[in-house]
Design a protein around this ligand. Structure first.
Ligand SMILES: [Ca+2]
Ligand SMILES: [Ca+2]
Length: 82
């Protein structure tokens, strides 16, 4: 009754979801970023980072590559990818 391809897809999704692959790590970062970005402007201020992503707050000036005082998801991922 259950389609085999569907079953394979479900198993693959179940295995891939908590994986430590780079893509899922970026997804996890994106999720945490969205939670930390309490005013949903796509940028983390130092206060938002302190509340939601303390490791980002600890390296805030390093992560803020363009030194505009806020950290974007792209700026975090640029460092996390290394
Ligand atoms: Ca924000
Ligand atoms: Ca910035």
């Amino acid at each position: 009754m259950i389609d085999r391809k569907f079953l394979a897809a479900v198993i693959f999704a179940a295995l891939a979801w908590p994986a430590i692959a780079d893509s899922s790590r970026n997804e996890e970062i994106a999720e945490r970023f969205a939670e930390a970005d309490t005013n949903h402007d796509g940028q983390l201020t130092l206060a938002e980072a302190k509340a939601g992503m303390p490791r980002v707050a600890a390296n805030f000036r390093k992560i803020d590559a363009d030194q505009n005082g806020t950290v974007s998801l792209a700026e975090i991922e640029a460092l996390a990818d290394r």
